[in-house]
Write a protein of this length. Structure first.
Length: 149
């Protein structure tokens, strides 16, 4: 059974992330809402939901909203954490504007694993809390020089 995001295909990860996001807001995910979020057709969503249900990641019945199983919740949560950490790294450390950081994070989150996400998170915390002023000035100078290029 697939227990980690990297064990899923890219499309399966995208569906899981979308379902997780919708379930966080609405407590469930309707096929139509998933199709709109991913810009795909409803029959494609239905097929993906059946597959994810067979994998034990979601609870799904035809013509009913999908909900996450515990395993699905864990995978969706991890994908969400990866996205947030990568986006923060791109904006706060590399100085990339928020729109581009979001766009890049949507791509990068699917190719990193738990370990890299944790290391990025630790590095961001280190930069925010554990470095001296000279190091912070060097980081800011790096970011400013990159903006000029």
């Amino acid at each position: 059974m697939k227990n980690k995001p990297e064990q899923l295909s890219l499309h399966q990860q995208q569906y899981m992330e979308t379902i997780y996001s919708l379930c966080q807001r609405e407590k469930h995910a309707h096929t139509k809402d998933i199709a709109e979020e991913l810009n795909v057709r409803m029959p494609s969503v239905t097929e993906a939901l059946r597959t994810l249900s067979d994998m034990g990641l979601i609870n799904y019945q035809v013509r009913q909203a999908a909900t996450l199983t515990q395993k699905g919740f864990d995978i969706g949560s991890e994908l969400n954490k990866r996205h947030k950490v990568v986006a923060v790294f791109f904006t706060d450390v590399l100085g990339i504007d928020a729109d581009n950081a979001e766009k890049y994070a949507c791509k990068v989150e699917h190719v990193i694993d738990d370990e890299l996400r944790k290391r990025l998170s630790d590095y961001i915390a280190f930069l925010k809390e554990g470095v001296n002023m000279d190091t912070k000035k060097q980081l800011m100078a790096f970011r400013e020089n990159r903006k000029k290029q």
